[in-house]
Design a protein around this ligand. Sequence first.
Ligand SMILES: Cc1ncc(COP(=O)(O)O)c(C=O)c1O
Length: 493
Amino acid sequence: MKKAPSGILPIIAVDRRSSVPLYRQVYEGYREAIVDRRLRAGQRLPSTRSLASELGISRIPILSAFEQLLAEGYFESRVGAGTFVARSLPDEGTPLEARATARGAAEPERPGRRVVSRASEVLSPTGDPWFAGHGPFRLSEPALDQFPFQVWSSLMARHSRNPTRNQLAYGDPMGYRPFREALAEYLRTSRAVRCEPEQLMVVSGSQQALELSARVLLDTGSPVWFEEPGYAGAKDVLTLARARLVPVPVDEDGLDVSAGIARCANARAVYVTPSHQYPLGGTLSASRRLQLLDWARRSGAWILEDDYDSEYRYESQPISALQGLDRDSRVIYIGTFSKVLFPALRVGYLVLPEDLVPRFARVRDAMDIFPPTLFQAVLTDFLAEGHFARHLRKMRQLYRERRTALVDALTRELGDTVEVLGAQAGMHLVAALPERLRDRHIAERAAKEGLRAMPLSTCYLEDATRQGLVLGYGGTDAARIPEAVRRLRRAVR
Ligand SMILES: Cc1ncc(COP(=O)(O)O)c(C=O)c1O
């Protein structure tokens, strides 16, 4: 039985001037809401008293209507609990089907009429088994059980119990000022990003950062260099913005800038993951960084730097952000808390060149006005009181162990078949497969074994030149990894 929500008033139009008696209007209003499935079996109904006061009529017609609905079995009353939509009513079927039956006909089709945008039709359907639910190797899943819930809940309580006026009212499209100050300090210190709080905009994850950037910087058909292979989330949002993606190959030194110039020298922008190329794991070399900045300066292109997980690097210090080298304000720096804390926070940020701030702020205001304040207030203290730095240190150690367990198990079980790429950083690596094997088939077989391995070929815009499995290890206990790899071996062979 579903939980009964508490007597929310449904929309029932009552017209006092109508010749239809009031009790009949209330009766029909409820009956139609139930047939339409706007009200569902088991849902609690308001008291007749509050309904009368809400509709501005006397209680008598409402009592009559309720009596009839009870008598006909639409409502049921439970002693001491109130009146509910009858639980015996069928609760299946889509609302649309119910409406069609109630009115005796389905909505007429309108041939030849385009009802959705072309851009939205370009997106491929979702539902790939490697993104369904959880399981070993699930990408982008941090060690959720290691999160410091105790600290977090006390900070949440602190800010929920006594919120300031500023924390409740409409806010700045750029985000909550104290959070941007704490974040700017972190980014300058740990990521070598050159920024002031004024340049920081808080967004709901990298995804929104990219959407906003596309809205402000791109026109329909604007050419954008895109890493090949690259991040499907970025591909989707840029495609939706109707950018023209130009695949640019990557190797162990990251994006091949010369190939980009050869393919499309006048691109409006480039999407790039310099610290940890997604998915192959390369690092953009110093010479390519300078070449990329130089090309952007000369051509007036924008560099969208997605720095999604560079806090985790196991063999050396984290790589400095490309943005820190930029002297010409060409880089839009994008970061996220999805990997370092947890994805459901939906908190990320943009560091903008100063002259772009007013444009971004204005567009943001038109989109969703400003980001929710509560989590930002909590995160401000989480950073300022040292919890964030402590959590990062702990996670770096943990992911290093998980990474090592995975590399060891892959070498032991599949060493003659796979080549491990990109294991020096982040929360995923690539097990590259020989060309004769099809990564999609293997990933589908692995999904049947409960594993969530993403086929590398899905990261290509053009025909895949490599087959492989992208394996996340952030969310899988080191002790469980050997057994998961044995299951993976069954899927590969
Ligand atoms: C390359 C890359 N960028 C960004 C993100 C994070 O996205 P978001 O901040 O929207 O959760 C991910 C997560 O999977 C990613 O793989």
